[in-house]
Design a protein around this ligand. Sequence first.
Ligand code: HEC
Ligand code: HEC
Length: 319
Amino acid sequence: MWMMMLLGCARSAHLERLPDAQAPVPVVADDTSEAYQRGAALYRQGSCVGCHSPPFADATHLGGGRDLPTLFGVFYAPNISPHPTAGIGSWTEADFVRAMRVGRAPDGRRYWPTFPYMTYTRMTDADLHALWVYLREQPAVPTPSKEHEVRAPYGFPGLLGLWRTLAFRKGELEPDPARDATWHRGRYLVRAVSYCDQCHTPRNGLGLVRRRHDMAGGANPGKADVHPNLTPHPEAGIGAWTQDDIGTYLATGRKPDGTRTEMPDIMAEKIHDSFSWFSETDRGAIAVYLASLPPSDFDPEQWGMVRRARRRAVRRAEP
Ligand code: HEC
Ligand code: HEC
């Protein structure tokens, strides 16, 4: 059974990636503007890189192409280079801000939530501007975006709108006067930039995040892999980890018990392409924020959907 699960995970975990593959992102020159450098850092930290500049053999920077298998179908990250027809070269900055904050295209089309605008809606105006400055100055890529393969009945007009009404809250995070700047920075990185909360919180069969178990470990419908509990509960969560342990893990994938998160685990990929690009101060802020969460004894391995997905995997393994 374990073998089947491993094979199942490996299949869904993007086989094109080689363990030592590097994302095709150009090195940032020192003589670029402050906004450009900030945008370049956000492009890494916000995980845009993994979808729009994936580390695949034939991928290009901003050309997209990452395949994203979900319950609703297979989605492909589009070309977001400044190419006038293949990319978003004809967009204004306002079009870009609307895409990121409201999840709608210039023609009004609603985006599928595999584009994590649920998270990016919380980014500050200054950070969205910095991303825009960065994107505009990259080379145009002529490769057209791939069509999504939406599964019936999810493409039915109106269903996505209904889902969004249930799942999507637009706008920035409210400041908490009882907390300091480090905590606010940590929260911003966890919930507005890196979507840690979207993976490390369980979802129900409709793909809606269960806020009752916020950050207490996640699972996605249709998938058997489990994202651990990140609350400071001493046994169920990471309450026994020090701040340095969390910082080291985000930089290297090494855990305090000496084990390592390895490719093709999605977290290993995020660490390699995105989280190891945080400054040490930012990794510290994330650790401070995680330590402030209410401890929860929730065990994502016991989430109904995970148990059902595993039973299905076992049944498939039986002759
Ligand atoms: C998990 C994969 C993923 C990540 C991470 C991601 N995107 Fe995307 N993005 C997508 C997908 C898929 C779409 C297409 C959604 C649709 O067509 O409904 C998309 C669409 C877009 C669009 C609209 C393009 C168009 O032609 O309409 C923009 C702009 C964009 N992303 C920018 C970004 C930026 C900037 C980041 C990082 C801050 C980012 N994306 C992170 C997958 C991703
Ligand atoms: C795309 C999904 C995804 C995202 C986004 C994500 N994680 Fe993870 N994370 C995982 C998975 C899967 C594991 C399990 C890896 C393993 O067990 O080796 C994991 C493991 C961890 C662990 C180890 C916990 C333990 O008990 O072993 C920590 C700490 C962690 N993630 C923190 C974060 C933080 C902080 C962020 C945001 C900056 C984040 N993760 C974003 C999927 C994700």
